[in-house]
Design a protein around this ligand. Structure first.
Ligand code: FAD
Length: 390
């Protein structure tokens, strides 16, 4: 038996009113857009994929971005703090000058000193680039009040020296603008430096080198000896006005005192030439060797017996003569290996010194070039030798 409560509902379902309502409802559904009928079924969100270790990769991505952000922030903060002290900025001016500090000045004589410069910022000049390994290089130092600059040749680095430090031998010229300015500067002063510039690149196949150096012209000789020590025969003849500039320098082939033997025999060069000073004098003993002489001796020691140095001092009347140079040119070198290799005679020093020996360098289209061979070397037979003016 059906329950009494359901009877009114059953009556309604059978009634014509219900049948009409249900038909119009079906019509409405059939006119409705199909898309609404094909709605996907609701599915709960899938859990994010995991990496091999079971970690959420979105977390790893977030950690990476956050780490980079923190790193950049620290870098900016560091620069800001250091920048306020004016220490970390590498200030390269529009004309290529970089700021250095004068961190050392070692007196060599009453007129010249070795200056040590250290870069003020983080990046200095590229002075030890591979391309410069066989080059004679110099830098320019600025006198800021007059806005003029002068060239100074780089001393070869010492074994215990910071690679980025610059060392220069600077003579104080009487009445000279830049050299006097530099000698007056206190330690820690700022100096603007530009370069390096290449004066000459040594070829690979050098057999013999003769170096006629006057005063600070010894610095390029130090660079050359450092490069070719052990691979070529090098003879340096170094002339100075006063002994103090080459204190303790003892000649390898020039005898220091007049003895009966030196008047009878000329002193034979280890490379075959012979040198006799015009008026040899006693070389005063001293306990303070010039740092340049010490440097030369150290380089000589690395030259496997193929480096010789002779000193000439105006005040002692031991002047370098043409005969001294030409004897070396003609001398037969016992260690010579290949006669096709290059023989180079360098003349390096103040303008007057270079002019006296090899004639002046000349200007061509705004550039200083070698010019023809002149001076007293032009009168000598230098067959097979190149002469280079520095
Ligand atoms: C490639 C290169 C490398 C060098 N390397 C070195 C080095 O390693 N060490 C070094 O000490 N030097 C070196 N020099 C020389 C250096 O560049 C300077 O020339 C030197 O220091 C003198 O410069 P200054 O400004 O002091 O003298 P400047 O002011 O140029 O004067 C030079 C001389 O001329 C005189 N003079 C100036 N004006 C006049 C005038 N109107 N009339 C008459 N006389 C005048 C001055 O009294 C002084 O004696 C190098 C030069 C070159 C080109």
């Amino acid at each position: 038996m059906r329950p009494q409560a359901l009877r009114p509902l059953q009556d309604f379902l059978r009634s014509s009113e219900y049948v009409r309502a249900s038909r119009s409802c079906q019509r409405f559904i059939s006119k409705a857009p199909r898309r609404s009928l094909q709605q996907p079924r609701y599915e709960p969100p899938k859990p994010p994929p995991k990496d091999a270790k079971g970690n959420d990769p979105r977390l790893a991505r977030f950690a990476k971005v956050f780490g980079i952000f923190i790193g950049i922030s620290i870098a900016f903060a560091y620069r800001a703090v250091k920048g306020t002290k004016g220490e970390s900025k590498t200030s390269v001016s529009a004309d290529g000058f970089v700021k250095y500090h004068l961190v050392g000045r070692e007196q060599v004589s009453s007129t010249s000193s070795i200056f040590t410069l250290r870069v003020a910022g983080t990046t200095g000049l590229d002075i030890d680039a591979d391309a410069l390994q066989r080059a004679i290089t110099s830098v320019q130092l600025k006198q800021p009040q007059l806005q003029i600059a002068r060239s100074y040749t780089l001393l070869p680095p010492l074994p215990d020296q910071r690679a980025s430090d610059i060392r220069l031998l600077i003579r104080r010229e009487e009445g000279g603008e830049v050299s006097n300015y530099l000698h007056r500067l206190p330690l820690a002063a700022e100096i603007e430096v530009r370069g390096p510039s290449t004066e000459y690149v040594l070829p690979q196949n050098v057999e013999r080198v003769i170096f006629l150096a006057g005063g600070t012209g010894i610095v390029p000789a130090l660079q050359v000896v450092k490069v070719v020590a052990g691979e070529a025969d090098v003879h340096v003849l170094w002339a100075n006005r006063r002994r103090e500039d080459c204190q303790d320098g003892v000649s390898d082939t020039v005898k220091p005192t007049i003895t009966w033997t030196s008047t009878l025999l000329s002193i034979v060069s280890p490379f075959g030439g012979s040198i006799t000073p015009t008026q040899p004098r006693e070389i005063a003993a001293t306990t303070t060797p010039s740092p340049i002489v010490t440097h030369l001796q150290d380089l000589k020691a690395s030259g496997a017996g193929r480096v010789a140095v002779d000193y000439f001092v105006d005040d002692e009347d031991t002047r370098m003569t043409l005969k001294d140079a030409t004897k070396l040119v003609r001398g037969s070198f016992s260690t010579a290996t290949n006669t096709n290799d290059r023989k180079i005679l360098f003349v390096s020093g103040p303008e007057g010194f270079v002019k006296h020996w090899a004639g002046p360098k000349v200007w061509h289209n705004g550039v200083e070039v070698q010019g023809p061979l002149g001076g007293i070397l032009a009168t000598a037979n230098l067959d097979g030798w190149e002469v280079v003016k520095l």
